[in-house]
Every structure is written in structure tokens, then in C-alpha cells.
Design a protein around this ligand. Structure first.
Ligand code: GLU
Length: 506
């Protein structure tokens, strides 16, 4: 093994599903540290669980990490001098090292049938004891074991660990940690099907890949003593360990579907920006020293400090993530906002595949307005309905209330009268006749504008009318796949709706 001088960290996901934000945070912290210290970031795919791993998940994983803006210096498709970087391609190595332990009498073959181990386990749990392997096969000599295997018996391989004592280590996040060997027993390092156990392959790989810092989720902390025993058995130096607290929902249970989106893939689909997601993930257990919160990856690389990562559970706050997303969206140039918004508008049938320059200009302006107050790009189609959808017959309760008073009816009728026979409409004209109505009826403020808003938008709230009317008038001329009704069309339709209402009320 080479002498590791440079910091070398790794992210070692199992490709068994979409990457969870907790894991993405682990990847990010490793990456930030590597980039900050001029170290090496390794991607290692831990795909020894053949039933649950798939190449498709591996592809998604790589896509998601790239999307987040993370890159690696060594990895499955990148290569590197410690490859291969996919565990399924390293099986020979694991067998070689297991053989070494067997021959040094530091490991032994275990022939205990699965059912028996499970029975013992259940028994121990029922008695309130920790389920620790009895050590029944410890005395079987290597020679005897090899003969039984030759004769067709199946066996796992276990590491021989001392029956008593403590395993201690200093965790960069959690401080001094110790585990009692009595609670550990002889861990399996190779299963009876020949596949290495996680604790074994991870140690072989971390050691052979010269990993200096193992930064991972706290769910692995109880594996660490077993891994340390393996380092000791091989006489290898220990890496530094740092276990990051779990990512929880507001109710203090592990972040899961019940809380909302949990995978990087879901957040990407929602239209959360990768820079916002990284920014937010960095706050799960860490906070920047100066209190500046909206940070780019480059800024995070400068500011990140592993020694400031704290050990309390990291609560995932969706509101905070969306707030950061809004801040990062504001920083984007207009063309980027348009490109990122289009797929959502196209998917909703509001924009076509081919966009004319005039449409693109209009969309850009509309996007600028509607992104104000949007948490994510996927919120846009709903906001755009203010323009694309006008159905007075399905007014909500609030809008119905607004137009039900006498003063509202007076205002609406006056407005309808003043626009009868009119063929051109714009905001100046709107402001002009609204001024007249104010004088004639004495109605002003909310009482005046609210009913007019409901008439023009069939909604109780939305953009300011001085923004809405020009946008609507322009959009209506642009031949979108879903036609936009202009103000005059809306006023006529609303007038018919009102007459019908009044008939029903009479
Ligand atoms: N494959 C393990 C996981 O995804 C890696 C844990 C580790 O970093 O050691 O949880």
C-alpha cells in the first residue's frame, strides 16, 4: 500500500435506488472537503447486493451526482490507479484477503445453517440479550473446513475477534466512541454464497484505495468497530472516521416519503436548482461562519469546515430549501430561466415545441413575473393559468363573495357598459375608466379593484393588474397552443355569466 499523504475521501453508494438527500449530503461533504484541501474524491459503487443493485440505478446515481455539480477524480467510468471502482469487479481481491485471514488463523469457516442462526438470534432478543454469534465453528480447523467444503458443504467466513475488551475511536463529529466487544461477536466477512459482507469489502477497498477520511452517515456507526477490528487484523492504519447525523423530518423520524420529496431525482423533477439543493444540503449539520446563507458551490468549498459539523439530528426543512431555491433562481440570467421553465410549460400544454421569437420574448417576461413567489419551476404552470385559463362559471368561494355585494355589482355593470362596443383595450384605458367609475359610484380601493380583478382573471388574487393586463393583451395575440382570451373577451364572457347569475338569484 502506498503512503497516503494527500487527503483521499470517497462516496460509496449502493446502487439500489434513487439517491436520497441524506446520501447526497454525504457525497457533498466528502466532495467539499476534497476540493477544499486539494484532495482526491473517489466514487466507489458498492454493488455486491446482486438482487437489489442495478446498472440503471448506477446510471441514475451518476447522473444525479453530475447534476448536483459534483465530480470525482477516480470512479467506475473515470478510472484511476486504484480501480476497478465497482465492487462487483473486485471479488477476486476480497477472496484473496479473506484467504490471508484464514491462513493466519484470524478468520474461520462457519457452517452454521441460516435457520439456526436466526433461531439463536430470535432467542437472544426474546431474552433481552444482544444477538451475538456463539462462536460454535471457531474450533473447526482450516484443514477440516476445507475438506467439508470440498465435500459440498456451504460455509461463510467469520473474523475471529477477541471475546472481551473495547474498540475505541475518535470520531470527527461525535468525539470519543467506544463499543464493547461482548456485543459484537465474530462478524461474517464472506457469505456462504461467496459474496463479501459490506464490512469486509468496505475495509479492503478503503485501505487499498488509501482513503484517509471515511465520512458517512451515522447509520454506519455500529459497523465501524467491526471495520476497525479488520484494519487491526490486517495491521493497516485506520482512516479518520466522521459520522454525519441522520436527516430527519420535522416529526423527528427519518426523512421518508411521508414527509415529501426525498430523492435528488424528485427535487430535480420539481424544478429545484442543483446549486440551491447543494446549498441547502450543506446546512444539514453545518452552518456557515458569517451567517451568509445563499452560497454557491465555490463559496461552500471555501467556507466548509468539517470540524464545525454538529452531531445533533439534521431536520430537513422544505420551506428553507424552497426559500434558498427562490434566491438562487433570482440570480439566474433570463435565458436560463426560460430554458429551465419551458419543459414544465410544454408538459402542461401551455407552450408548443417550436417557439417563435415573439412567444419567447413574451414567455420570458411572464416567467420573470410568475417566478416571483414560485418555490420551484414546477409551480409555474399553475401560475400561468392566470393567463391561460378563464372560467367564470367555476369561480371559487372567495371570488363569488367578492362579486356578491351591491357595490361590486354596481362597479362591474358600470365597467361592462363603458367597454361595450370598444375594440381596443390596454392598461391605460382600464385605469381611465376605473377612475371614472370611482367618481361616478363613490366606490374606491379594494371594493373597486377586487371585483374588477375577479372579472378579468376569474380569480381572487394574482399579479398586480398593471402587470397582468399588458401581459394578457400581448399574450392573446401570440397563437399559443392553448388560446389566451384577451380582456375584452373576458369582460363579455363575464357579463354573460353575471346575467345568468342574476337570473338564478331572482
Ligand atoms: N454502501 C454503503 C452505503 O451506501 C456505504 C457506507 C460507507 O460509506 O461505508 O450505505
Amino acid at each position: 500500500m502506498e503512503n497516503a499523504e494527500k487527503l483521499r475521501v470517497r462516496f460509496a453508494p449502493s446502487p439500489t435506488g434513487f439517491i436520497h438527500v441524506g446520501n447526497a449530503r454525504t457525497a457533498l461533504f466528502n466532495w467539499l472537503l476534497a476540493r477544499q484541501k486539494g484532495g482526491i474524491f473517489v466514487l466507489r459503487v458498492e454493488d455486491t447486493d446482486l438482487e437489489r443493485s442495478s446498472q440503471e440505478y448506477e446510471r441514475n446515481l451518476i447522473k444525479d451526482l453530475h447534476w448536483l455539480g459534483l465530480d470525482w477524480d477516480e470512479g467506475p467510468n473515470t478510472g484511476g490507479k486504484f480501480g476497478p471502482y465497482r465492487q462487483s469487479e473486485r471479488l477476486e481481491l476480497y477472496h484473496q484477503y479473506a484467504k490471508q485471514l484464514l491462513e493466519a488463523d484470524q478468520a474461520y469457516y462457519c457452517f452454521c445453517p441460516q435457520e439456526e442462526l436466526e433461531r439463536e438470534r430470535a432467542w437472544a432478543l426474546a431474552e433481552g440479550r444482544s444477538p451475538v454469534y456463539s462462536g460454535r465453528c471457531r474450533h473447526i480447523t482450516l484443514k477440516e473446513a476445507q475438506e467439508r467444503i470440498k465435500a459440498g458443504e456451504k460455509a461463510a467466513i467469520r473474523l475471529k475477534v477477541p471475546e472481551e475488551g473495547l474498540v475505541r475511536f475518535t470520531d470527527l463529529v461525535r468525539g470519543e466512541v467506544e463499543f464493547d466487544l461482548k456485543l459484537i461477536g465474530d462478524p461474517i466477512i464472506v457469505r456462504s454464497n461467496g459474496m463479501p459482507a459490506y464490512n469486509f469489502s468496505v475495509v479492503i477497498d478503503d485501505a487499498l484505495m488509501d482513503i484517509t477520511h471515511v465520512i458517512r452517515g451515522e447509520d454506519h456507526i455500529s459497523n465501524t468497530p467491526r471495520q476497525i477490528l479488520l484494519y487491526q487484523a490486517f495491521g493497516w492504519p485506520l482512516p479518520v472516521f466522521a459520522h454525519l447525523s441522520m436527516v430527519m423530518g420535522k416529526d423527528n423520524t427519518r426523512l421518508s416519503k411521508r414527509h415529501g420529496a426525498t430523492s435528488v431525482d424528485q427535487f430535480r423533477r420539481e424544478g429545484v436548482l442543483p446549486q440551491a439543493l447543494c446549498n441547502y444540503l450543506s446546512f444539514l449539520g453545518w452552518s456557515p461562519p458569517e451567517g451568509k446563507e445563499v452560497l454557491t458551490l465555490e463559496e461552500l468549498v471555501k467556507l466548509f469546515d468539517l470540524s464545525r459539523v454538529n452531531r445533533s439530528a439534521a431536520i430537513f426543512d422544505y420551506e428553507k430549501l424552497y426559500w434558498l431555491n427562490r434566491q438562487h433562481i433570482k440570480l439566474l440570467p433570463a435565458e436560463k430561466k426560460l430554458t429551465l421553465s419551458l419543459p414544465y410549460l410544454q408538459e402542461a400544454g401551455l407552450a408548443g415545441e417550436d417557439i417563435t421569437p415573439a412567444q419567447s420574448q413574451w414567455l420570458s417576461e411572464a416567467i420573470e413575473l410568475f417566478l416571483e413567489g414560485s418555490n420551484k419551476f414546477s409551480d409555474l404552470p399553475e401560475k400561468f393559468l392566470l393567463i391561460f385559463d378563464f372560467q367564470p362559471e367555476s369561480l371559487d368561494e372567495e371570488s363569488r363573495q367578492i362579486i356578491s355585494s351591491d357595490s361590486a355589482r354596481k362597479v362591474l355593470k358600470a365597467f361592462i357598459n363603458k367597454t361595450a362596443g370598444v375594440t381596443e383595450f390596454n392598461y391605460e384605458f382600464f385605469a381611465h375608466i376605473t377612475g371614472e367609475i370611482k367618481k361616478e359610484t363613490g366606490v374606491k380601493g379594494k371594493e373597486l379593484y377586487h371585483p374588477l380583478r375577479v372579472m378579468l382573471t376569474a380569480r381572487a388574487s394574482g399579479l398586480e393588474l398593471d402587470k397582468f393586463i399588458p401581459l394578457l393583451e400581448q399574450g392573446a395575440k401570440l397563437n399559443f397552443p392553448r388560446p389566451i382570451k384577451n380582456s375584452l373577451e373576458r369582460i363579455r364572457e363575464f357579463s354573460t355569466f353575471l346575467k345568468l347569475q342574476e337570473k338564478q338569484e331572482a
